[in-house]
Design a protein around this ligand. Structure first.
Ligand SMILES: Cc1ncc(COP(=O)(O)O)c(C=O)c1O
Length: 394
């Protein structure tokens, strides 16, 4: 009889990496995620978080979460569809719809569930989804749940997107989907050309701006707002697990499209809603973000300092234009070794291997927060320089 667990019993890759001291995952933090964070008994400069606006430690945001527990308790014990809708969810959705300049908004319990629910509900058999080859795993899985045909275009390549659009019959429903800020490389989707193509070939556009909402655009609305084309992007979505310092996610669109999702998105209807403290956190974080011009400026200054610092000492930082700064190594073992030596020297980064990046493009993903100081960044760059030279990488 075949043994179902054979693959697990024979899986040794992680065990080997642990034995050799190269295993980077599931490392516990023992305090709030900030510019410097305690991990495994040592303070380390945190260059591996998505806390771009630094709100997780904001006094107003922390207090809002505590107050919500006092008023509403710890959880909603049901889905938005039934007993899990709080007045807080409705307030948040109304504010986010306004923030994104759309007729309606719906919140989900995670950003991952946004993509599962939105894509599954709004596309059907006979439609075609045209998706960037570098899109996040949750978009890929949302496409798998959809009954529509899925076509991938080369990363951010508008010629390839047009080639595919041309091949699709005119009267077919089409949805172009892309990350706004790409999560591994920190580059921006070419939203202006994308919406022009969408207009030309009568396609709808969805931008998942999980990594851009909070600091892209004049008030942090998103990458479509940064380019001034928000009215031409049909669905703007994002998560609360990054700049909003919580968990959850949202999609904003025409009110009829939101109404349809509310009644057809399975990851929404069959999953419990965002807890009171999470929802209150996001409401408070939204206020901080709207008033956050200074923090946004500081974040972009910090990003430029880190990018210039790392490229100045000889590392390849790719095409990043955002607080996500990749350090492209192009070899898996060297990437993991660099991660280990940096970690031991007091800098936390995220090693990224295939399939999250194409083979040969292995990288350390670094990212900054608005709350990093020049000293944090300069010290981190100094450690990169020492370790990079020791390893003959620069
Ligand atoms: C583009 C994109 N979409 C969705 C998600 C999932 O978000 P969450 O962590 O809130 O589930 C991520 C997470 O990294 C992401 O990068």
């Amino acid at each position: 009889m075949p043994e179902l667990f054979e693959k697990a019993f024979n899986y040794n890759e992680a065990k080997m990496a642990k034995m050799m001291g190269y295993y980077p995952y599931y490392r516990p933090l023992t305090n709030a995620i900030g510019p410097v964070t305690e991990m495994e008994g040592k303070l380390r400069i945190m260059l591996g978080s998505n806390n771009y606006m630094g709100v997780t430690d904001h006094p107003k945001v922390r207090q809002a979460a505590k107050d919500a527990i006092d008023q509403y308790g710890t959880g909603n014990t049901g889905s938005r569809f039934l007993n899990g809708t709080l007045d807080l969810h409705l307030e948040l959705e109304e504010k986010l719809a306004k923030f994104e300049d759309k007729g309606g908004c719906i919140t989900f319990t995670t950003g991952f569930q946004v993509n599962l629910g939105v894509i599954q509900s709004i596309t059907q058999k006979g439609d075609v989804i045209i998706s960037d080859a570098f899109n996040h795993a949750s978009i890929v899985d949302g496409c798998r749940l959809s009954k529509a045909e899925v076509r991938a275009y080369a990363h951010n390549n508008m010629e390839d997107l047009e080639r595919i659009l041309k091949e699709i019959p005119k009267d077919t429903g089409k949805l172009i989907i892309s990350d706004g800020v790409f999560s591994m490389e920190g580059d921006l989707a070419n939203v202006p050309e994308m919406v022009d193509l969408a207009e030309k070939y009568e396609a709808r556009v969805m931008i998942d701006d999980a990594h851009g909402v909070g600091y892209m655009g004049p008030k942090g609305q998103s990458t479509p707002h940064h380019f001034g084309v928000q009215d031409k992007v049909d669905i703007i979505s994002g998560t609360f697990s990054k700049s909003f310092g919580s968990v959850g996610g949202f999609a904003a669109a025409h009110e009829d499209v939101i109404d349809y999702m509310q009644h057809h998105a399975r990851s929404l209807i069959f999953s419990a809603s965002m807890a009171p403290s999470q929802t209150a956190t996001v409401l408070a974080a939204l206020e901080v973000i709207i008033d956050g011009d200074d923090m946004r400026r500081q974040l972009l200054r910090n990003a430029a300092r880190l990018r210039d610092g790392l490229s100045g000492i000889g590392f390849n930082t790719g095409d990043s234009e955002t607080p996500i700064v990749p350090v492209i190594i192009g070899d898996e073992m060297q990437t993991f070794a660099l991660w280990k030596y940096l970690y031991e020297a007091g800098v936390y980064t995220n090693p990224v291997r295939a399939p999250a990046v194409p083979p040969g493009k292995e990288l350390l993903r670094t990212s900054v927060m608005a709350t990093h100081t020049d000293d944090h960044i300069d010290r981190a760059v100094g450690i990169f320089e020492t370790v990079g030279k020791q390893m003959d990488l620069i």
